[in-house]
Design a protein around this ligand. Sequence first.
Ligand code: FE2
Length: 208
Amino acid sequence: MNKDFEFRQLLRAYRSGVISEATFESEMKSFENGAHSNGSGGFEAFGRRYASEREAVVKFLEAVSPAETAGGVAVRAWLEVCQTDCIRGGLMMVAERESYHGRAFAARLKELGGNATQQMSEESRKNIEYLRNPNISDYDKLHRGAKRFPNPAETIRPLFEFAELLKEDLQTKEMVKLFAQDELSTLKWQNALCAALTDAQGTQRRAA
Ligand SMILES: [Fe+2]
């Protein structure tokens, strides 16, 4: 397995949640240990070494752009069948975020001479099928997401760290910072609403 492949897989896994909690934690540790630049001309981020900062940026954009675009499609698929007002409100905002992340990162990649392949991964396709299923409740879909990322700050930390590492490409650096803020906001919203709905269900059950 080469480095690029591993990097793409990890980002896809982060987006669609297919990696186990244990794997995710060990990857977090490797981010922590490996995410620093060095003086030898190479560049390290996400626990991987790249020939240059530019190479790391291009690989990042190549992985994130299609994943975010697919995220937008997935959230819209859920919106088509979503019947819960409070969840609908959040999904309408999150769908826009995901799609604009995909567009903005694709545009940046193009500026750097790369090309965003908008091919959808198998994981993304499965996620879309799950979310557009009208027989699964909105609460279950929200709960699945909240359970997958119980600690939003820890989940998003590698993105903030990556932004901090960028010293040459100040344009991408600021894009990644705002992207990380958006993703953090989305995960916090998901967890807070899920907790509120879980509490409300408990209250209803006690009152019954
Ligand atoms: Fe996203």
